[in-house]
Ligand binder design. Sequence first.
Ligand SMILES: CC(C)(COP(=O)(O)OP(=O)(O)OC[C@H]1O[C@@H](n2cnc3c(N)ncnc32)[C@H](O)[C@@H]1OP(=O)(O)O)[C@@H](O)C(=O)NCCC(=O)NCCS
Length: 140
Amino acid sequence: MNITYRNTITVEDYNTLRKSAGWKPIHAEQAAAGLTGSALIVAAADGMKTIGTARLVWDGGYAALIKDVLVLPEYQGQGIGTEMMNCIMNFLREKLKPGYSIQIDMMAAFSKEGFYEKFSFTSRPRENRGAGMDMWLKGD
Ligand SMILES: CC(C)(COP(=O)(O)OP(=O)(O)OC[C@H]1O[C@@H](n2cnc3c(N)ncnc32)[C@H](O)[C@@H]1OP(=O)(O)O)[C@@H](O)C(=O)NCCC(=O)NCCS
């Protein structure tokens, strides 16, 4: 299998990958805005077929967020998620200068913490840090 990696993804492929994980699709206009506004998109392909994605939201300073790490079920367990995460981590590492530091947030899907621990993420709550928290704001 020859998996290739690129830095773009269509809204359709993005939402197909979301659905494959049982996640709700994002409104096409919002998804397009989110993809355009990402600091980095990684998309994995098998030939013409998009089979994985991951993206980075980053403010250019210390605050970064990894979102939408997804590999189609039939392609999981073959190192594709790792390769996409490495692309994001290397992108950020290259931004570091002496004295810089970047805090990378990510909210693991249920039972996926172990995957991220391999990249040195640690679960919260811990020590003097509270749990990660989130919410959805919804339009009418
Ligand atoms: C989580 C996910 C992205 C991992 O991608 P993947 O391509 O299957 O992962 P890899 O093949 O690169 O696995 C890398 C390592 O992580 C481990 N790993 C994968 N999923 C894991 C899990 N849920 N818990 C613990 N370890 C896990 C693998 O065993 C492998 O370990 P090894 O290097 O010791 O062999 C993929 O399973 C997925 O898309 N899941 C559905 C969507 C999802 O929940 N995404 C996470 C959003 S936070």
